[in-house]
Design a protein around this ligand. Structure first.
Ligand code: AR6
Length: 206
């Protein structure tokens, strides 16, 4: 069956190669220690608005890239930090030894606890809300849109992404996965870059 939205100018062979589902992978492991055979040239970070480091995957990435240098770079480039839902770029610094050139620092939303201002009027303020009916859904979706747009801007071939917001920010994991995969699929349908996306899960539950 023909693809509904083929990338312009591609041959049937290109078309098969560019099948969006075939360009998405899941890997269980540490995003700072990916096998070099993957050819990952950029990783996303689950950062906070300060861009000054934190715990979880943010800590692992700072440790691997060089904590002081990465904090100094982000402080100089982004003195106001990064608002929730947006993404900022840095070089990979110490991770360049692994072939990684870019870090995309995404600030995901904190999953709201019982606060009506975070849901559409009338929607439940919990994981039973339909997808898109909490503002946290929109903010997480915005992170993914920005990540993929930056992948195009920086000519990123293979982007690895952790499970943004699903750790200390408590975003329900299945809900976050639907947003992540939906946006990845939608982007790949229309774009050559990144050629591949690997969702890196720290454990089987992720
Ligand atoms: N590689 C891949 N995934 C990881 C790794 C790793 N090395 N370590 C943790 N994870 P979290 P958030 C997974 O809490 O929820 C930080 O302090 C983890 O299992 O790192 O977006 C920031 O500075 C989980 O599935 O990020 C912010 O303040 C996922 O990464 C805040 O936490 C995200 O968990 C951001 O919270």
């Amino acid at each position: 069956m023909d693809h509904p939205l083929p990338i312009s100018g591609q041959t049937p062979a290109d078309h098969a190669l560019n099948d969006p589902i075939a360009r998405i992978a899941v890997h269980v492991g540490d995003i700072t220690a990916l096998p070099e055979t993957f050819g990952v040239d950029a990783i996303a970070n689950a950062a906070n608005e300060s861009l000054a480091g934190g715990g979880g995957v943010d800590r692992a990435i700072h440790d691997a890239a060089g904590r002081d240098e990465l904090i100094a770079y982000n402080r100089e480039q982004y003195p106001a930090g990064c608002p929730t839902g947006l993404v900022k770029h840095s070089p990979a610094l110490g991770l360049e030894a692994q072939g990684i050139k870019h870090i995309l620092h995404a600030v995901g939303p904190v999953w709201p606890e019982d606060d009506a201002q975070y849901a559409m009027p009338g929607a439940p303020i919990d994981d039973t809300a339909k997808l898109g009916y909490t503002y946290a859904d929109t903010l997480l979706a915005s992170c993914y849109t920005q990540l993929f747009n930056l992948a195009v801007k920086y000519d990123i071939q293979h982007l690895a992404i952790p499970a943004i917001s699903t750790g200390v920010y408590r975003f329900p994991k299945p809900r976050a996965a639907r947003i992540a995969f939906g946006h990845a699929h939608g982007h790949l349908l229309r774009n050559d870059l990144p050629q591949r996306i690997t969702f890196v899960c720290f454990n089987e539950e992720d």
